[in-house]
Design a protein around this ligand. Structure first.
Ligand code: AVI
Length: 321
């Protein structure tokens, strides 16, 4: 699309806005409309996600933190001494702090995140809290190839990928991402990863459709974002949040459902919606221990240890290359 297409921009659109527009145009042009879930996280979306993490129904965040608190000693024994910790994500979480507090003489900590502002802000916070720790933030999209600073002197590398972010990738992309990490890793390097487990469907569905409507607002925010940033003309009230567990594929799916027949224009193109037609906005896959171990094995990672909570709601696994 030409820069002129994003017409509410006084100045030329940034490469990020161009990519957002082209992903939206592509996603809405398909027979089965979809938008990549990474676009949830503008400033408002990130605030809403933080609010989701505090909801009574949304168990993953607090459950993963409780596993980290309870089993951190065993985890750091597996990870070993003098490692470079590479986190996929900005490292702003409670879980990262638990890990950094307990690691044995880490060589350095390298958070990798696409949002430069957020990355540097959290790195500065962590520098205040962990004064003797070397922190080397890297601005990059971790699904794409990127370079790390030299780690001469580190015993090995441990990747940290918390939050069940892996669940938001479809099966092929999850395997591709884990394989890419395995390719970059050397023999003996580790991966500490958090993922969500299969459980009672009512528990899962409540976690993605909370009583206060925060998850609905998080989903609907994507429409506001397209109206503001891409000059789209979505009638916000004409769409509703829907989420459900897909039992065949073991995943929560989030959709924005059109309440009636309507047209939406974006970037000079008109998209038609039938009544009940939806835009798929997110997958959140739920695994078993065996299923995740098999996925990891296909990506050249060997499972070494597994921790879960009393209800077996969430899991943290340590794997080695
Ligand atoms: C970021 N990700 C792991 C969340 C999840 O549970 O899949 C995103 C989310 N979507 C709705 N609620 C939370």
């Amino acid at each position: 699309p030409s820069p002129a297409v994003v017409s509410n921009c006084a100045i030329a659109p940034t490469p990020e806005q161009q990519e957002f527009l082209s992903d939206v145009m592509q996603g809405l042009s398909a027979d089965r409309k979809s938008i990549p879930s990474k676009y949830f996280y503008d400033q408002r979306g990130s605030q809403l996600f933080d609010a989701i993490c505090e909801l009574p129904e949304y168990y993953p965040t607090r459950t993963e933190a409780s596993i980290m608190r309870r089993d951190i000693d065993a985890m750091v024994r597996h990870i070993g001494q003098g490692v470079r910790l590479v986190e996929y994500g900005s490292g702003s979480s409670v879980k990262t702090r638990i890990l950094l507090r307990h690691l044995i003489e880490p060589h350095d900590y390298v958070p990798v995140d696409i949002s430069e502002e957020h990355l540097h802000a959290t790195a500065d916070d962590l520098r205040g809290e962990f004064q003797s720790l070397a922190i080397h933030p890297v601005v990059a999209d971790f699904t794409q190839p990127f370079d790390l600073p030299s780690d001469r002197g580190a015993t090995r590398r441990c990747y940290y990928f918390p939050g069940s972010t892996i669940g938001n990738f479809d099966a092929d992309d999850a395997e591709a991402l884990l394989s890419k990490m395995a390719d970059e890793a050397e023999q003996g390097d580790g991966l500490l990863i958090g993922f969500d487990l299969q459980k009672d469907v009512a528990v899962l569905e409540a976690a993605y459709d909370d009583a206060q409507g925060v998850t609905a607002a998080f989903n609907i925010n994507l429409l506001h974002r397209m109206n503001q940033e891409l000059d789209a003309d979505f009638d916000i009230d004409a769409f509703e949040h829907r989420s459900f567990y897909n039992r065949r594929h073991h995943r929560i799916e989030m959709h924005l459902v059109s309440g009636g027949k309507q047209k939406v224009s974006i970037g000079g193109k008109t998209f038609r919606f039938d009544e009940g037609e939806s835009i798929l906005t997110e997958y959140s896959h739920k695994y078993t221990r065996e299923g995740f171990t098999a996925l990891a094995a296909r990506s050249e990672w060997k499972s070494e240890a597994f921790w879960t909570d009393d209800q077996s709601y969430f899991a943290v696994m340590y794997l080695t290359r």
